[in-house]
Design a protein around this ligand. Structure first.
Ligand SMILES: Cc1cc2nc3c(=O)[nH]c(=O)nc-3n(C[C@H](O)[C@H](O)[C@H](O)COP(=O)(O)OP(=O)(O)OC[C@H]3O[C@@H](n4cnc5c(N)ncnc54)[C@H](O)[C@@H]3O)c2cc1C
Length: 370
């Protein structure tokens, strides 16, 4: 292992891998240290929706422009990453149909319909587009731009592309602590120490011990999500169906993802019968034919939650050479490109929209309370 890097990224999930890619592209000598395998934690449990519109209800002022920037970046990234890594990220067009079953559902979708990129479809138009959708739906908000990718492949592709551009990737290298010495940082890993000028903490929901170590008072809390990966004999859906935080996502590889439960403060990664039952009922409500699907496997992952649902992306309040990028909750796959670009711009001291800096800074709660 080389002993000196310009930037050390701790964590090789989708966020750390995307950051490494954007840094390596700028010829910044970068190393990624992951305690296990690249992408094997929360990233591997994600459905892969790039739901910039779908996830912005309630936060169109700041979250939406950031998420939309990230979503748009994927349109070019899918080819760029394939060229660098040979890994296809499974970019699937089609978009999301956000279904409404009641007048209340319909009312909740109203803020979305203000966006020119979202269209209201009546029940018969929805069934014309997707004949398996339950006829009980009153209609749907159709969001063609909320496409999807395969999360594992996307993470692998970011990491391999970063490597192709000169970054070093170290799996099975848990980082225990970080120490400042003569202006640089010594990063203590289970396999030895390395030195870096910049440290990026991208450890997802497992960030609490490093936060404590770096005297950051915020904590991440898990919101467990259980999902079913299922198969059909023939392609059933072209669009993602979404209702009430549950969804059925058709993937390019012939499987569908039925997700996901929302279990607060549960650190386990087990899947319960209750969770499976809930998902099957929700799936049948959206698409009655779901009852005939074959279960391929069940998965669970811990969404990295923050106190206000927004990620932490920014500088350590006392040290601009320590950067934080975690807490991406339900949207780490969607937000990975914009997060990688923002960390790159902090390091290169380039302009970043001030509202993004304020909205995502790690000490925002203390600033409001002061
Ligand atoms: C059921 C479910 C469905 C989801 N669906 C979507 C979706 O459709 N779209 C979307 O955008 N998002 C979705 N998400 C959210 C998304 O998965 C997360 O926001 C994202 O994976 C977070 O990525 P991360 O890189 O921050 O964390 P992780 O993927 O958890 O990566 C963190 C990495 O850091 C490493 N690490 C931790 N501590 C250390 C240490 N001390 N030293 C070295 N390495 C360390 C870990 O080994 C891990 O590999 C979903 C999540 C779940 C659970």
């Amino acid at each position: 292992m080389n002993k000196q890097y310009e930037a050390a990224v701790i964590g090789g999930g989708i966020i750390g891998s995307a950051i490494a890619y954007y840094l390596a592209k700028e010829k910044i000598d970068t190393a990624v240290f992951d305690g296990g395998r690249i992408g094997e934690k929360t990233t591997s449990a994600a459905a892969g929706m790039l739901g910039a519109h779908s996830e912005s209800i309630g936060d169109f002022s700041v979250f939406f422009p950031f998420a939309r920037t990230s979503q748009r970046a994927y349109a070019a990234l899918k080819d760029e990453l394939y060229e660098q890594s040979g890994v296809d990220i499974g970019y699937k067009k089609g978009g999301i149909l956000k279904l409404a079953y009641t007048e209340e559902d319909q009312k909740n979708l109203e803020p979305l319909l203000v966006q020119p990129t979202v269209q209201w479809l009546e029940s018969e138009d929805v069934i014309y587009m997707e004949k398996e959708v339950s006829p009980d739906a009153l209609g749907a908000a159709y969001i063609p731009d909320d496409v999807s990718v395969l999360p594992n492949r996307t993470c692998e592709s970011f990491a391999k592309s970063a490597q192709a551009l000169g970054a070093s990737i170290f799996e099975n290298h848990p980082v225990y602590s970080i120490e400042k010495q003569a202006g640089n940082y010594i990063i203590h890993t289970a396999q030895g120490d390395v030195e870096a000028k910049y440290v990026v903490v991208a450890t997802g929901v497992l960030s609490n011990s490093l936060f404590k170590h770096l005297v950051l008072s915020e904590r991440l809390s898990p919101v467990k999500g259980e999902s079913l990966i299922v198969r059909a004999d023939k392609p059933l859906l072209k669009h993602t169906l979404f209702h009430d935080s549950c969804y059925i996502v058709p993937r390019n590889n012939g499987t569908l993802v039925i997700g996901a439960t929302m279990v607060e403060n549960d650190w386990s990664d087990t899947v319960s019968l209750e969770g499976i039952q809930f998902l099957i009922e929700k799936a049948k409500t959206m698409m009655p034919a779901a009852a005939q699907l074959t279960i391929d496997r069940v998965i669970a992952g811990l969404r990295p939650g923050t106190f206000d649902g927004r990620p932490f992306i920014g500088r350590h309040p006392e040290d601009k050479h320590i950067l934080v990028a975690c807490g991406h909750y339900r949207n780490g796959i969607l937000l990975a490109p914009a997060t990688g670009q923002m960390i790159r711009d902090f390091i290169l001291e380039k302009d970043i929209p001030s509202e993004w800096i304020e909205a995502f800074r790690v000490d925002r709660r203390q600033l409001v309370m002061a």
